[in-house]
Write a protein that binds this ligand. Sequence first.
Ligand code: MLT
Length: 254
Amino acid sequence: MNPLYLDASGTGPAALFVHGFPLNHTMWKAQTEHLSDVRTCLAPDLAGFGASSNDGGAALTMERHADDLVRILDAYEVERADVIGLSMGGYVALAMRERHASRFRSLTLVDTKAEADDAAGKAKRDAGILSLRTNGRSALAQGMLPKLVAEGAADKLRHQLTAIIEGTDEDSIALALEGMRDRPDRTALLRGVDVPSLVICGEHDALTPPSVAREMARALPQSELVIVEGAGHMAPMENPGAVNAALRKFLSAL
Ligand code: MLT
């Protein structure tokens, strides 16, 4: 198995940043820079994304990514990390929690959910794969953008996200859509999370709205909830100041 690309910086206890779909570690740049004085920030590209290849086109399940992340912790001799996942990265963080609970010092779920896709959601994944194969990645980016960022998002951010999506391996995008479609419901797991947890959600998140974040925060026994003003689904990129402040406060209290 090829090693994953990893952006590692900073000093102190390890924080593991897990990116969303179909993005890469660069979405966390503002956070890894901001927190580098208090955390060793480990921001990988998941298999198939960014600079990490997906050997031989293997399935991109949440469980596979979760196991890959634990291999990164092993390589850095990190026993327990602050695990921070956005959207698909949150699905991966929950799969990691299910399979490797002892590796968590804390859990931060950003613009994500614990539920599985319902029937309509699964059908959308299949339609997405068909459309990707027919119309390509630029059409996917154009279709996704209004759901990723709030209406008032800057053009620079829109261009940055478009470039990342257009640069992501097409086969990996299709495999990730299958992996997300087939992921199980992990809501029951939330009640058993016995480490401090932070739930962050953009106030205008159209994909995983604040109502979903509130439910997760209610289910997590030791949780805080932060709603990020002015942001959509990509809160860490849309309002980095607010997300950085929430993470610094949460991580500093651990
Ligand atoms: C993401 O941002 O990772 C995706 O929107 C997740 C999803 O499609 O369920």
